[in-house]
Every structure is written in C-alpha cells, then in structure tokens.
Design a protein around this ligand. Structure first.
Ligand SMILES: [Zn+2]
Length: 164
C-alpha cells in the first residue's frame, strides 16, 4: 500500500461507525422495524393483549391494591416475567417479604428494567419499567435489604411467574 493511500485510510478511521451505518442501512432498518412490530404497540393494541387491570398498571402506571396479588406470597424458585412482553425481570433469589403487600425484590435481572422519576405523589419517586416493552412495573426505594439496599416494589398484575 503506498504512503498516500494509507494516510487517507487513517483519516477515515473516526468515521468508521458512520460509514458502517451508511453501507449497511438495510440491517439497521430491519432491526428497528422488528422493534416496532413487537413492542411499540398503540394503546388500543395493548388493550387487546392485556386484561383491563394489567393494562391500567402496565400502560397507565396504575397501582394494584396491596395484598391483592397471589404473587405476593409466591415462594417457589423461578423467574418473574413482564406480563406485557414476557421478558425475565426478577429471580426468586432476590425476592423478599417486605410486609408492604406487593411482591418485592432487592435486585432485578441484568438490563431488565429502566427507571424514571415520577411526581404523582408530589414527593419524587423512582418509577421503573420493563426495558423491552416499556410496561410500568412499580417503584424502587432505598430501604431494601442488603446486599443492594434496594426495594423494587412491583405490581403482581404486571408479572407472570414460572417456577423452575
Ligand atoms: Zn415488557
């Protein structure tokens, strides 16, 4: 390779990610299309998929009555999944009895949830939702047990449980 050409290639290095997306636009398009088809549903589409109670929680950030979910007393080993899209969110290994009347966990599975601050009760609370479909799950507080000190206070209607 002559010197002139190698210098030109060197200059192009910072643009490699950009060039890749230009040269490979079909792949990017296919990935985002898949995402839209699977999980960017309209409110009406979600309404068809979910029970009215689960819709209220997952898509309108509602909260179920405490002690109303059978999952509150679920003590078997297994995984708790998002009731909207079936992504695994919590392991039974991180479940504990918080006494609040909602299924509670001190840790989520990796990359399973995302958070945002809400001001519904004036005092700011950290809302969290499924990282795949955006369905609202519950709120996370800093009064949980070790090793994390977190308490993920989850609506049972937003979860399904599969025992191991
Ligand atoms: Zn989900």
């Amino acid at each position: 390779m002559n010197q002139f050409l190698s210098r030109r290639l060197f200059i192009l290095i910072p643009f490699v990610p950009f060039l890749k997306s230009v040269l490979n636009p079909l792949k990017v398009y296919a990935a985002s299309k898949e995402l839209i088809e699977d999980w960017s549903l309209t409110k009406d589409e979600w309404r068809k998929r979910l029970s009215p109670e689960a819709f209220n929680i997952l898509r309108e950030e509602g909260t179920e009555r405490p002690f109303s979910s059978p999952l509150n007393n679920e003590k078997r080993k297994g995984i708790f999944y998002c009731a909207g899209c079936n992504l695994g969110l919590f392991s039974s290994d991180a479940k504990f009895d918080s006494g609040t009347g909602w299924p509670s966990f001190w840790e989520s599975l990796e990359n399973a949830i995302e958070t945002k601050i809400d001001f519904k009760l004036i005092v700011p609370r950290t809302e969290y939702h499924c990282s795949r479909c955006g369905g609202h799950q519950g709120h996370v507080f800093n009064d949980g047990p070790q090793p994390t000190g977190k308490r993920y206070c989850n609506n049972g209607l937003a979860l399904t449980f599969k025992p191991e």
